[in-house]
Design a protein around this ligand. Sequence first.
Ligand code: NDP
Ligand code: ZN
Ligand code: ZN
Length: 354
Amino acid sequence: MSTRIPAKGFAIHSKDGKFEKFNFTRHPLGEKDLLIEIEFCGICHSDIHAAYSEWGEAIYPMVPGHEIAGIVKEVGFKVNKFRVGDKVGVGCFVNSCKVCEACTSDQEQLCANNKVVFTYDCLDYFHDNEPHMGGYSDKIVVDEDYVIKVPQDAPLEKIAPLLCAGITTYSPLKFSKIKEDSRVGIAGFGGLGHMALKYALAMGAEVSVFARSEAKREQALSMGAKHYYTTPEDAKPWSLDLIISTIPTNYKLLDYVKLLAYNGELAIVGIPPKEVMPSISAIELIKQGNRKVYGSLIGGIKETQEMMDFSILHNIYPQIQLIEGKDIDQAYYNLTHANAPFRYVIDMKKSLGA
Ligand code: NDP
Ligand code: ZN
Ligand code: ZN
């Protein structure tokens, strides 16, 4: 039980590096841990920001990936929520302090003791501060309290992106209490954006999409968007109850605040690179009086399970393109050059062998 577990994956070794096959070990299976064989892992734009040190110097070597879907292969002797053979998901974090105000109110991602262990580019505070490795790999060892249940007949390749793109967009829609006839804007129509559209529609909202080119107009409208704009200036001011911004590059926040109805809310989830991080002037915000701007970080475990159950009930899945590990560099290139499908998902078994 106390031996480390050999694993293999795809790692990047510097911000200018390329992905290479990488052998490493995971911590031994603890009494509450699951050993999960990873079948699929989505590529989130956060993987790119982190791998290229766009948010600050990252920890290398890095095995990114936090949209993980797989099957339980082994359980610790005190595990009681899962059994060998269960389908499961793992998202953006794998542990936290469990005792602080945030952790005890189902907001573990905001752990007030700063002990949230993000799935990669983060030290594992509960295992000798070793750097934690993500889901571009063949297996992962995770405390059962941070694992999401997935029905046995669910398509795992489409489940994977729900673990980040799904919860990160579902959570602000719930926080802002979106309901029948709410008017929702989605800024940035990629992996997160298209999930936001699907959830907002399922909650009964009327949805406007804000992209930066005409490329996805037909897809947005056929998925159910009412309006599609390539610049926020084209939309009507005072017209939206909630805008979720998933934009990963620089843009003018104020242009979106101006579209909010009185009392409307702008939820920021996109995290552009540090050098081009957008900001908003206090006086400009005051002049837009009584519109609210907030940030949102993924979602807690309880809400992630709720999102999973909601997605399955309403048959909400991402549009995906399956790739192999050797294609990661090209996928990153496409995602940063306006030439990507909504979500790339890596077939880990095919990439690394069974
Ligand atoms: P994608 O690359 O899949 O999608 C981003 C989309 O934004 C693309 O469609 C892109 O257009 C579009 N876009 C880029 N610039 C603009 C612009 N100026 N105006 C309008 N649209 C624009 O990324 P993801 O959806 O995976 O991630 C989005 C962001 O969310 C990232 O910054 C990521 O780090 C962050 N994130 C935050 C989380 C949180 O908890 N807060 C969790 C997960 C992700 P095009 O198609 O033309 O390239
Ligand atoms: Zn993500
Ligand atoms: Zn905590």
